[in-house]
Write a protein that binds this ligand. Structure first.
Ligand SMILES: NC(=O)c1ccc[n+]([C@@H]2O[C@H](COP(=O)([O-])OP(=O)(O)OC[C@H]3O[C@@H](n4cnc5c(N)ncnc54)[C@H](O)[C@@H]3O)[C@@H](O)[C@H]2O)c1
Ligand SMILES: O=C[C@H](O)CS(=O)(=O)O
Length: 483
């Protein structure tokens, strides 16, 4: 059976403990509004306690061999996969996503632990020939130190695991603050970390209903050498400002506004499949969702009709119901934003050909929606919708599509559907984004350097580059070799 994955206390220095104030906050099931449980409401002092624990554990963890760190990570991954069904059920309950997607997320998060367990043993340095015959320059890589992680509610397991796995693989220690809507998934993997022997203080979790206060401690504390944030661009800007006072390293995985460009030579059915996968995954609540769908004007009418036929068959309901495709939005603020964007778009002349309003399944459910005749400079096209709403924008030329696609402050993911190799290269290179899917709507994996440009952030997660973000480069100049 193993340890219970339903934990409600803070995880600091290897132990679950209440907040120093004794306060707690409720966690709700977005599908029915019912309180799941209450969780320790950590204060700034609790965050300082966790940072002290991570600092005390750092030297020992950094001096472990890479093999030891890799072995601990592999045990953690095995424990996560052994409990994948329980973890997925917990995630679906607190976040709302359908069970099938929740299970996919647990496996996706575990793939980052597997990836970085392997990368842990490949932190190579190099010897550089020195201008002096009696000296050698030796480059080595060392762990950054105590790292803070602040993670979002939309992937409460995977977004944490892709930070924690890289940090621990590099020899860093971590204090993580999960989103207040979804703290249970983070506390669950903390319980499994304890079970498999992650040393005390190496991994800590401080849930709180007051992210600004705890976040400020994490972003300003002198013992914290790096902050890794996944969330909105607005909060990312604030954290960068706060972290600048102590010149922390920063990884920022921020908001997106993905263009999905369908050229007239595209494989039509593949493009439709791509939109369904990219737009409606996680109910449209992913940072890499197709946010604006650009379709060549010669095929836009047929494309819109075909997409509408697929979208109207999407099944809406609670994540634990069999066969559900679209769960609830995370909270009232989220659904009010989606509703306002759709209503204003229609007022501005967009046509709603499917959905367009709240769904009868419950207070936080929104109908899968398709809007056509959307303007690229409209509020909905310039906003991160974060809901099951597709906006279709016609274009005429390749240059116009590139111009439209780049007309945003964001630069995370983009998608192109064409069977013209030259066009794929020209447009792929011209798009101002960190990641481009070509004839593919789901492009994330642990092996790929996930991240954005412009105001979608900095740094990369996954791949060998993701480990570099938790390492400092140092060189030794070894002189006197001729004495
Ligand atoms: N680029 C990526 O990889 C990626 C992945 C997932 C989500 N996101 C982005 O996250 C956003 C949606 O997630 P969200 O609503 O949880 O974002 P959010 O920015 O509101 O919250 C993210 C995290 O920041 C915390 N936070 C909020 N205010 C804070 C403050 N003042 N100081 C410190 N921490 C604070 C929250 O508690 C949460 O843990 C979208 O913009 C989405 O694009 C990006
Ligand atoms: O929402 C953000 C996630 O990073 C999306 S993905 O599952 O990594 O593609």
């Amino acid at each position: 059976m193993g340890v219970s994955i339903l934990q409600t206390a803070a995880f600091i220095n290897g132990e679950f403990s209440e907040s120093e104030t004794g306060a707690s906050f409720p966690v709700f099931n977005p599908a029915n509004g019912k309180e799941i449980t209450r969780v320790a409401d950590c204060s700034a002092r609790d965050a300082e306690r966790a940072i002290d624990a991570a600092a005390a554990a750092f030297k020992g963890w950094a001096h472990e061999t890479a093999d030891v760190r890799a072995a601990v990570l592999k045990k953690w991954r095995s424990a996560i996969l052994e409990r994948e069904e329980d973890l997925a059920a917990l995630l679906s309950t607190e976040m709302g996503k359908p069970m099938a997607e929740a299970l996919g997320e647990i496996r996706y998060g575990a793939s980052y632990v597997e990836w970085f367990a392997e990368e842990a043993r490949r932190v190579y340095g190099e010897v550089i020939p020195n201008a002096s015959p009696s000296a050698r320059t030796i480059v080595l890589k060392q762990p950054v130190g105590v790292c803070a992680a602040i993670t979002p509610w939309n992937f409460p397991n995977a977004m944490l695991m892709r930070k924690a796995a890289a940090a621990l693989a590099a020899g860093c220690t971590m204090v993580a603050k999960p989103a207040e809507d979804t703290p249970l998934s983070a506390l669950a993997v903390a319980a499994l970390a304890k079970e498999v022997g992650v040393p005390e203080g190496v991994f800590n979790v401080v849930p709180t209903s007051k992210p600004a206060g705890v976040g400020e401690v994490l972003a300003t504390h002198p013992k914290v050498r790096k902050i890794s944030f996944t969330g909105s661009t607005g909060v990312g800007r604030l954290l960068l400002k706060q972290a600048s006072a102590t010149v922390k390293k920063a990884s920022m995985e921020l908001g997106g506004n993905a263009p999905f460009i369908v050229f007239k030579d595209a494989d039509f059915d593949a493009a439709i499949d791509g939109v369904m996968a990219s737009k409606y995954r996680n109910g449209g609540q992913t940072c890499v969702c197709a946010n604006r769908i650009f379709v060549h004007d010669s095929i836009v009418a047929e494309f819109s009709k075909k997409l509408a036929e697929r979208v109207k068959n999407l099944r809406v309901g609670a994540g634990n119901e069999t066969g559900v495709d679209i769960g609830p939005l995370i909270n009232r603020t989220a659904i009010e934003k989606v509703e306002r964007l759709v209503d204003n778009a229609v007022k501005d002349g967009a046509k709603c050909i499917v959905g367009g309003s709240r769904h009868e399944a419950g207070e936080l459910f929104f109908q899968p929606t398709v809007l056509t005749d959307v303007l690229n400079q409209s509020e909905i096209a310039q906003s991160e919708i974060f809901g099951p709403v597709a906006t279709i924008i016609p274009f005429s030329t390749e240059d116009e599509a590139i111009q439209y696609a780049n007309e945003t402050i964001y630069g995370l993911a983009a998608y192109i559907y064409t069977r013209d190799l030259g066009r794929a290269w020209r447009v792929g290179e011209a798009l101002e984004y960190g990641m481009v899917g070509v004839n593919e709507g789901v492009i994330s994996s642990a092996a790929a350097p996930f991240g954005g440009v412009k105001q979608s952030g900095m740094g990369r997660e996954g791949s060998k580059y993701g480990l570099d973000d938790y390492l400092e480069i140092k060189y030794l100049c070894m002189g006197g070799l001729d004495r």
